[in-house]
Design a protein around this ligand. Structure first.
Ligand code: NAD
Length: 389
């Protein structure tokens, strides 16, 4: 059922303002632990957007991660993939939890669902905006003068590199310990193809043109062959088509330091899969709360939107999770997949207003936050909805 359909009620359909179509089909993947709690708030906000902007969202829930393993034995059932492919966009919450932790390589793991859906939908670009809401500047562990003006976009390659390479663990004589018995050995392979680097570089340069015109390309070209190829291709694309964009190369170890030293200097940061995974969590921490950061995974077809944080098993079921990253993922979905920039701006304004009014979930509250301003998950969703209406 559509969450809200203004066309069902006669003349109110005249308030139609979406310029693409009446009903959007959204594949919703709540996943595990706090996933269903924050997804409920994302849906509330979608319903409010539908009312205000005169369109409807048909949300179809499907299984992924641990919930899917429990129900079907696999982390990404075929029906989920079909539902995702048939939708206008995919909204994911988070997967994983101790229940499904295992070191048995043959056992299904929740994150396999994530990796597979990215691969199957061809989602090779992960965009992670890192911005400071001024009301939350005090939540960062960095000094105010260091984080002042932080506004960067991490562009992470998402379907290549170490996470998708051939890997193996086995016993052999060479790995033998001092007891002379065969020892364990393991390897993972890091491979990139030219076209994978070229297309992610283009995404980064395009993003920079819409922002402050600067790209920092992060690699480990002093050691890794894949990084040397990365650097060569990024420069080739730059020199041929994006010479107007400022480009700097930063070694990944240096990038880890510079993100803390001078975060406001970065505009677009582009990097390969594993470096991007690590650096984007580091950058997220600059803002003071993982619970505030959204991400978009884009390819050439249906795109996927999700919070940057995990499934937070430590607070699952308590009704205290911060739903704002999920709500800001809805913002990104409207902006990047549904061509609803006005609605996306309205969500951002509503979230900013909530924070400016001093409302906080526990993770972003501090000692000075009055108890009556500390909200649970559902109340925070309601507060955003109230400011959207
Ligand atoms: P996490 O992001 O789930 O939690 C880290 C810390 O941040 C915890 O203290 C948690 O309570 C807090 N936190 C996270 N999101 C929050 C929110 N919305 N509101 C308030 N506090 C929040 O990372 P983790 O503990 O390393 O991983 C937990 C599980 O999540 C693991 O199973 C991991 O594999 C999985 N995970 C999933 C994804 C994903 O679905 N994309 C990403 C990362 C980790």
């Amino acid at each position: 059922m559509p969450l809200d359909n203004p066309f069902a009620s006669g003349p109110s359909s005249m308030s139609w303002s979406c310029n693409v179509k009446k009903t959007y089909t959204i594949c919703c993947l709540p996943g595990d632990c706090i996933g269903p709690e924050i997804m409920a708030e994302g849906k509330k906000v979608l319903a409010a957007v539908g009312k205000r902007f005169g369109c409807a969202f048909e949300c179809n829930d499907a299984l992924i991660g641990g919930a899917a393993i429990d129900a079907t034995g696999t982390a990404l059932p075929d029906e989920t993939l079909e539902a995702a492919r048939a939708s206008d966009a995919v909204l994911l919450a988070a997967v994983g939890g101790p229940k499904w932790d295992t070191t048995d390589p043959a056992a299904p793991r929740p994150e396999q669902g994530l990796l597979k859906i990215r691969k199957e939908l061809g989602l090779y670009t992960n965009l992670r905006p890192v911005q400071i809401f001024s009301a939350l500047a005090g939540a960062s562990t960095l000094k105010p003068e260091v984080i002042d003006g932080v506004d960067m976009m991490i562009v992470r390659e998402l379907t290549g590199g170490l996470y998708f390479g051939v890997r193996e663990r086995f016993y052999d004589e060479e790995g033998a310990g001092t007891d002379g018995k065969p020892g364990q050995r393991a390897y993972d392979t890091l491979e990139y193809r030219e076209y994978e680097i070229e297309r992610i570089a283009r995404q980064a340069f395009e993003a920079a043109r819409k922002r402050r015109g600067k790209v920092a390309s992060v690699d480990k070209a002093n050691v890794l062959e894949t990084s040397r190829m990365w650097r060569e291709i990024v420069h080739r694309v730059h020199d041929a088509d994006y010479a107007d964009v400022e480009l700097e190369d930063v070694l990944v170890d240096n990038a880890a330091m510079q993100l803390i030293n001078r975060p406001a200097d970065f505009d677009v940061v582009v990097t390969e899969n594993m470096f991007g995974d690590i650096l984007s969590d580091e950058a997220a921490q600059i803002t003071g709360s993982l619970g505030m950061l959204a991400s978009a995974s884009l390819g050439d077809g249906v795109a996927l939107f999700e919070p940057s944080h995990g499934s937070a098993p430590d607070i699952a079921g308590k009704g205290i999770a911060n739903p704002l990253a999920q709500i800001l993922s809805v913002e990104m979905m409207l902006r990047y997949s549904l061509d609803m920039g006005d609605a996306a701006d309205a969500i951002r304004a509503a979230v900013t207003a909530v924070l400016d009014d001093g409302l906080r979930t526990r993770d972003i509250a501090d000692a000075s936050t009055p108890a009556d301003k500390i909200l649970g998950t559902a109340a925070m969703g309601d507060a955003v909805v109230a400011r959207l209406q």
